[in-house]
Ligand binder design. Structure first.
Ligand code: ADP
Ligand code: MG
Length: 467
């Protein structure tokens, strides 16, 4: 495909703007570490292709930034539907150089931590147990993390604590609080039992240190760092996958520490058995202790978190706005926080008060990205299950009340939860006319007001669909 020159320069200037906004949003340090090496490969059929030099960067950028890149690009060009991150290679003569620099702590200005040769990454002061809102989806992980932290307190220096479980393996999707819980464990121990040595580091930092140690032929010193540790926490171990030497080293370190009754805490985005590129024996060893998953947030938890965060900001946010956000931003807690920050920044700049309309406007791109997640197919499936009718009846011409009503409920939910138009919805319900959909929406609204069972059913379905 040959693109006209003007289109090409269009794309380049869009790309420059997307990068600029990304840099503003995530800050210079993160930008330099993860994003600077991105090169644009091309855009075709609504797909943006971006190259990065290493597999590790590809995984990291895809996981943490590709949704955002897509949303930013979407502001430039409606037709962009997907962002693909590719490894575009680089000579492997100096593997350490391909590693991204660690984000904080030992960057430009040397911190106390590096001077002490402490390899633990800095802890976020906000990530404490006190600031962690507990709900059904995270109660097991939270309780386990607390037990692990408490077991270290009250143990004499050099003493041997009774470990509740070893290792503790926390897993769950992005932005659900894994890092928060690990930092909370570290804070708890550091403030109550400062003589216990706690190391927290991300798996990529672990790899970075290890690769550097190999390069400087200094793996002994690397191992030595872990010898006297009481609690070792490694975050995001899915990134260790596929790197044989690092994996091997990780495994040895791990085994040695477990044998010495040292507490290990691991996090990942998947359960041990689902981790990719990790050897079977490592996987099975990772699952030996307690495996606690953090489930996607529920509406109640999201609202609880928002209320807690709103209290700590200066800005009064009306309950209605919080409820709206808890309904609409269902992906993860990080996005929820981001939404609150944007609203608060915007309101401070414009000097206004927080209103529902204002919030909707400031967050339109975020809301759009979240809306996309519920599809008409899912709604039909859930509603059919709920009312115990066949999925085929969503499309069929049958008009018996027992199927017609659930079908109307499904149409209503499609209108509420997806950005689809009435004709689009009609088409997905066996080619019905848009007036039929409109009628269904009105009918359900009317019935809901009088029929509390129906209203509850719909609320329940909405919550299930939004999670
Ligand atoms: P993960 O490591 O699982 O990707 P994080 O621990 O970084 O997620 O959490 C993302 C953001 O959401 C952090 O700012 C964290 O404080 C916040 N967060 C997540 N879960 C909770 C919770 N239950 N209560 C309060 N804040 C939370
Ligand atoms: Mg994390």
């Amino acid at each position: 495909m040959t693109e006209p020159a003007s289109r090409k320069s269009d794309i380049q200037s869009q790309w420059a703007r997307v990068r600029g906004r990304l840099r503003d949003e995530c800050g210079d340090a993160a930008y330099r570490a993860w994003l600077k090496s991105m090169t644009l490969y091309g855009v075709d059929e609504g797909r943006v292709r971006i190259g990065v030099p290493t597999r590790f960067l590809r995984d990291w950028v895809s996981q943490h930034y590709s949704d955002r890149i897509r949303a930013l690009w979407n502001d430039e060009d409606d037709a962009i539907a997907a962002v693909e991150i590719l490894v575009t290679g680089r000579t492997v003569a100096q593997p350490a150089e391909a590693e991204p620099a660690p984000l904080a702590g030992d960057g430009a200005e040397p911190s106390a931590a590096t001077e002490e040769k402490d390899i633990s990454a800095p802890l976020d002061p906000r990530f404490t147990f006190e600031n962690f809102v507990v709900g059904k989806p995270n109660e097991l992980a939270h309780a386990a993390a607390r037990r692990v932290a408490e077991a270290q307190v009250g143990v004499r220096s050099g003493g041997n604590p009774q470990l509740p479980f070893n290792p503790l393996f926390l897993y769950g999707g992005v932005g659900l609080g894994k890092t928060h819980l690990m930092h909370a464990i570290a804070w708890h121990i550091r403030t109550r039992a400062p003589h216990r040595k706690v190391i927290y580091l991300s798996a990529e930092k672990f790899m970075f240190q290890f690769v550097r140690a190999i390069r400087f032929k200094d793996t002994m010193a690397f191992k030595e760092q872990f010898r006297s540790v009481d609690v070792l926490m490694i975050d995001d171990v899915q990134f260790i996958g596929g790197r044989d030497a690092t994996q091997e080293e990780f495994f040895h370190t791990f085994n040695a520490l477990v044998d010495q009754n040292r507490q290990i805490v691991i996090s990942a985005d998947k359960s041990p058995s689902d981790l990719e590129g990790i050897e079977e024996r490592v996987k099975s060893r990772l699952g030996w202790g307690l495996v606690a998953d953090i489930h996607p947030t529920t509406y109640e938890l999201r609202l609880g978190i928002l209320q807690a965060k709103a209290e700590t900001t200066q800005l009064p946010v009306p309950g209605k706005v919080l409820e709206f956000l808890a309904h609409k931003i269902t992906s993860n807690v990080r996005e929820l926080e981001g939404a609150l920050h944007r609203i608060s920044a915007h309101t401070q700049l414009t000097g206004g008060t927080v209103t529902l309309e204002g919030a909707q406007e400031v967050l339109h791109d975020l809301l759009r990205a979240n809306d996309r997640r519920v599809t008409i197919d899912e709604i039909q499936k859930r509603v059919a299950e709920h009312y115990n009718i066949r999925l085929a009846d969503m499309h069929s011409a049958r008009r018996a009340r027992a199927v017609a009503r659930p079908r109307q409920v499904a149409m209503y939910l499609c209108k509420q939860l997806t950005p689809r138009s009435l004709p689009e919805i009609g088409r997905k319900f066996g080619g019905r006319d848009h007036t039929t959909v409109m009628h269904a929406v009105r009918k359900i609204e009317e019935l809901k007001a009088a029929d509390t069972t129906l209203a509850e059913d719909i609320e329940l379905l909405r919550r299930m669909l939004e999670n």
